[in-house]
Design a protein around this ligand. Structure first.
Ligand SMILES: Nc1ncnc2c1ncn2[C@@H]1O[C@H](COP(=O)(O)OP(=O)(O)OP(=O)(O)O)[C@@H](O)[C@H]1O
Ligand SMILES: [Mg+2]
Length: 583
């Protein structure tokens, strides 16, 4: 429960006094039984719900009283008339008028005292809840504090929803658009921008150029956040490559296109595998590396030997003096001993390599079989005419082909092509590209490749944005650690089963944590213990630097997210102990 963050000096918590409550009831009863009834009803209504705070009820009652005074003012002596009406039943009694029947007398009292008694009773009821909340001083165990926190939460949700409905993007093209609307609280200051009464979350210019990760359980809104990020990139004139590694949503490619074209209506868009991609650009060595990425090679035992021989075969097929293959048929034709000899005629070193390959004919046959099956599964979608440098937006969806292994291999091939495009085929500066990998953990063996891309592409103007369902989706422990530490552009957390581990990445701040002594006869704690029961103690503990409602009791919904900027500087704050222990 995110109760009353201690932005002021810690206070001792107390309960409302029984004697005080009794006196209040007595005073109200003597003022009017209607006021007493209104006080009891309003007070119990306020504490039983979390939508309306005491201040709203108080203001409504005060407004009603003001209206009544205005009406009486317009028709007579105003407040004096209202008071006269209030005491009218007792005046009748004093002057010998009968009280009538048991029905008419209470009705007379109600009719005369309701105009003043009801608003006064409601105002006193609201103020008594306010006093209860103040005395609770944010203590987690107090029902007043718990309700106060829930009211604040509901209030924040409503104000964010209202701000989202009324939100307009900045017309000034120099101002970066917002990623979302901020909830009140949190300390993500460099990401917050005030516009009127709304606080926007804006990715700072510098961090837009760095890798980012969006994590959340299914249906928590990751893809919607990524679509927003695509739109922001399009607004800043970046090209976008969106890789949908899950491939289960047929409408996603269209949504990405709409998000991009909203900012850049004339953008050229390429869809893969609907439109065949040309994966044969670049020099022979780049093509050989791309083809090597397709296979999940063993790194030890006999597999290592096979991998080296297969690498040799691929390099010989792709780097002859006559030029590299420019489509899959050409490449597969070259995976033949006679053809290779013909391509490398006159090169004694290559001939020696070919003799070594010929010593074990299963190598070349195995390599050919593997790549033949792979390109057959792709059905020509790697032999197209467009490539990433030809479009503003490329939407690459994992192909729905029978073998999952081949589909994953196809994505690895495309990612390798992307690495080559970013490092060799596009200008190093002035042509930035955003690479979005949605659900990238769905692709087997892609983690290392993605980490490699994030590390390698950062300084050629290609920030990578990862979308995954959990930290485990980012690979094994070593890979997670590597990946999370390459993320300099922020970690956006949607609803997660265990967010604490990730929130720790944001660094820590020292905040005072208040303790309440609930048992007045308890022994004082041993020196050095964390939780002291000594009078007025305030043990200070380290807490995570968390920007947005970190410990809220409500699970984050689809539109909620929390962002962390890794490596924020730790700060120290110390507060004096509360002056009096609670009773
Ligand atoms: N900011 C938002 N505001 C309103 N609704 C949202 C928001 N973000 C997401 N949603 C709703 O939540 C639904 C799920 O969102 P989304 O597809 O982005 O989740 P996801 O985390 O990508 O799910 P999956 O893991 O299944 O791909 C969307 O259809 C959308 O209606
Ligand atoms: Mg999704």
């Amino acid at each position: 429960m995110n109760v009353a963050p201690s932005s002021t000096y810690p206070r001792a918590a107390r309960r409302t006094s029984c004697l005080g409550t009794f006196l209040l009831v007595l005073v109200l009863w003597s003022f009017s039984v209607v006021a007493l009834a209104a006080y009891l009803v309003v007070r119990s209504a306020i504490v039983r719900q979390v939508r309306v705070g005491w201040w709203a009820v108080f203001l409504a009652a005060a407004a009603l009283l003001g209206l009544e005074v205005a009406i009486f003012e317009a028709t007579g002596d105003g407040l004096v008339d209202l008071l006269r009406l209030h005491v009218h039943p007792w005046w009748l009694l004093l002057h010998g008028y009968g009280i009538g029947s048991l029905v008419t007398w209470p009705l007379t009292i109600f009719a005369c005292q309701a105009p003043l008694g009801m608003p006064v009773g409601a105002m006193v009821g609201a103020l008594s809840v306010a006093r209860g909340e103040r005395l609770a001083a944010g203590a987690e165990w107090s029902p007043y504090s718990q309700r106060q926190a829930l009211v604040a939460e509901v209030h924040a949700v409503r104000s964010v929803a209202r701000a989202t409905r009324r939100h307009h993007e900045p017309t000034n093209p120099g101002k970066p658009p917002a990623l979302g609307i901020a909830y009140p609280g949190g300390d993500l200051y460099p990401w917050l921008r005030k516009r009127g009464r709304v606080t926007e979350v804006v990715i700072p210019e510098r961090e837009q150029r760095l890798a980012m990760a969006v994590l959340g359980i299914p249906s928590s809104g990751k893809t919607v956040t990524l679509l927003r990020r695509v739109w922001i990139a399009a607004r800043s004139g970046m090209r976008v490559v969106f890789v949908d590694c899950k491939g289960t949503d047929p409408g996603l490619a269209w949504q990405v296109t709409c998000a991009y074209r909203l900012a850049n209506p004339g953008a050229t868009v390429g869809f893969w595998p609907t439109q065949a991609l040309d994966c044969w650009r670049g020099d022979g060595m780049a093509i050989a590396n791309r083809l090597l990425a397709v296979e999940d090679w063993a790194a030890e035992g006999d597999g290592l030997y096979y991998r080296r021989m297969a690498t040799l075969a691929l390099q010989l097929a792709c780097t002859p003096p006559s030029g590299p293959p420019r489509n899959s048929q050409d490449f597969l034709r070259r995976l033949d001993h006679k053809k290779l000899q013909q391509l490398w005629r006159g090169d004694p070193t290559a001939q020696a390599d070919l003799e070594q390959l010929a010593a074990d004919p299963t190598v070349l046959a195995g390599v050919r079989g593997r790549y033949s099956a792979f390109f057959r599964a792709l059905a020509g979608t790697a032999d197209g005419r467009w490539s990433l440098e030809d479009v503003d937006l490329a939407v690459l969806t994992i192909p729905t082909i029978a073998s999952r292994t081949d589909a994953d291999a196809a994505v690895r091939l495309v990612l390798e092509d992307l690495g080559h495009f970013a490092t060799r085929r596009k200008p190093r500066v002035g042509d930035d590209v955003l690479l979005v990998l949605d659900e990238f953990s769905a692709v087997q063996g892609s983690t290392d490749q993605a980490i490699h891309l994030a590390e390698r592409l950062r300084d050629v103007g290609v920030p990578v944005v990862f979308g995954a369902q959990s930290p485990e989706g980012l690979g094994d422990e070593r890979q997670q650690w590597r990946l999370l530490h390459t993320i300099g552009g922020g970690l956006v957390l949607h609803q997660l089963a265990d967010p604490d581990r990730l929130i720790e990445l944001a660094g820590t701040v020292r905040v005072p944590e208040q303790a309440w002594q609930l048992d007045p006869w308890a022994r004082p704690a041993r020196p050095g213990s964390t939780w002291s029961t000594g009078p007025g103690s305030t043990p200070t503990r380290s807490a995570s630097c968390i920007p947005a409602r970190p410990s809220s009791s409500r699970p984050a919904g689809p539109s909620d997210c929390q962002s962390c900027r890794p490596r924020c500087r730790p700060r120290r704050r110390r507060r004096p102990a509360p002056c009096a222990p609670p009773r």
